[in-house]
Design a binder for this molecule. Structure first.
Ligand code: NAD
Ligand code: DAU
Length: 331
């Protein structure tokens, strides 16, 4: 099977490529990635001789058309992915997340290629902290940020292309991922690399916001389950019952580093900050028989800390610029 992985040099995409090469020798992987600030050739270095990496944008109609024509399946990870960046400049979010997905959909329609669209639970907006409800596939779309609204728009494009043109697509909406190769602008690797540098973790606002953490390997095993067993046109929510508030995550990291649980600082909150995300993954579990492997958050976090300690050469070049950007925002 020839698989085109968009955004395969980013966090989740590169882990998907690693997992695929490791577990599916029958799959031939081509990565299409624009290598933006969030994409890194080095994230694919361990599998470089087993895959093809094409540097280019998913908004490039001719390039996308030629790559899709030579594929049996497209797994679409490429996106602008960081909420804080979308508040500063939404332009690349509209370009990549909306126009880029449109370009891919037109190509898979033309060449009749199976498509799997990677999306986020943020399309559903947020839940109250004291609400026992979780997101389900029938929760109404209600995105908050420029990032999540462009992801919501891309999901709706996929649904329309399925219904109007018979495109063979599935969609997955996953909760917050953690694990190796995550850009250090994101919450967990930012705090890990701060702690490695002897800098106190930075908590937005009071730190009460809740995220539903899943290890990236579990996200990607669910994606393969949907590709192989999912029903065309369906949406599957991916989550592993990992709800934690941000304060709990920072306290756990401080413990792992052998520091006092109060040794962090509060910084400016994110405008429009979503309160809580929580996934009901019953459909994925019952229909496709998927189960997560990383059910102990603390040991998953310890392994992630070890990875960042052992791979300083991978993240160090981005640290100064990332922190300068946050400092300018009082974060
Ligand atoms: P990331 O920012 O780490 O990686 C994105 C990748 O896309 C980078 O390699 C970047 O170079 C590439 N890219 C950006 N614009 C491109 C373009 N125009 N053409 C080609 N490539 C381009 O993101 P991530 O965290 O790995 O997220 C991957 C996908 O998963 C996204 O669609 C995101 O919405 C979704 N998602 C992420 C999470 C999470 O917790 N990180 C959770 C659920 C869903
Ligand atoms: O829910 C899925 C989404 O998870 C994905 O769609 C996004 O691509 C991904 O970036 C992530 O979005 P979040 O905004 O939840 O992730 P982020 O890592 O930016 O922040 C997680 C939480 O931590 C959030 O409540 C904000 C907070 N935070 C973040 C940073 C960077 C802090 O308290 N301090 C920080 O320094």
């Amino acid at each position: 099977m020839r698989v085109l992985v968009t955004g395969g040099a980013g966090f989740i995409g590169s882990n998907f490529v690693h997992q695929t090469v490791r577990e599916r020798p029958d799959v031939q992987v081509t990565v299409l990635d624009a290598l933006t600030y969030a994409g890194d050739r080095e994230s694919l270095a361990p599998v470089a001789d087993k895959i093809t990496l094409v540097e280019g944008s998913i908004t490039d109609v001719a390039l996308v058309d030629s790559l899709v024509a030579d594929s049996d399946l497209v797994v679409h990870f490429a996106a602008e992915s960081h909420n804080d960046n979308s508040l500063n400049d939404p332009t690349p979010f509209v370009q990549t997340n909306l126009i880029g997905t449109f370009v891919l959909l037109e190509a898979v329609r033309k060449h009749d290629v199976r498509f799997h669209h990677i999306s986020t639970d943020e399309v559903y907006g947020d839940l109250e902290l004291d609400d026992p409800a979780k997101f389900t596939p029938t929760t109404p779309y209600n995105p908050s940020s420029p990032y999540s609204s462009t992801k919501a728009g891309s999901d709706l494009l996929v649904r329309a292309w399925v219904r109007s043109f018979g495109v063979k697509a599935t969609i997955s909406n996953c909760s917050n991922n953690y694990g190796p190769y995550q850009h250090i602008e994101k919450f967990i690797p930012r705090q890990i690399t701060n702690l490695i540098d002897g800098v106190r973790p930075k908590l937005y606002g009071a730190g009460q916001n809740v995220r539903d953490w899943i290890h990236v390997e579990d996200h990607n095993s669910a994606v393969w389950a949907i590709i192989e067993k999912g029903r065309i046109g369906e949406t599957y929510l991916i989550g592993a019952d990992g709800e934690k508030n941000n304060l709990e995550v920072v306290e756990t990291l401080l413990e792992i580093f052998g520091l006092d649980r109060t040794d962090f600082e509060h910084v400016n909150d994110r405008p429009g900050h979503d309160l809580r995300y929580a996934i009901d993954a019953t459909k994925l579990r019952d229909e496709l028989g998927w189960t997560p492997k990383y059910t102990d958050f603390r040991s998953g976090l310890e392994a992630t800390v070890d990875w960042y300690k052992a791979n300083e050469a991978w993240w160090r070049p981005a640290k100064q610029a990332t922190e300068a950007k946050y400092a300018a925002q009082g974060q």
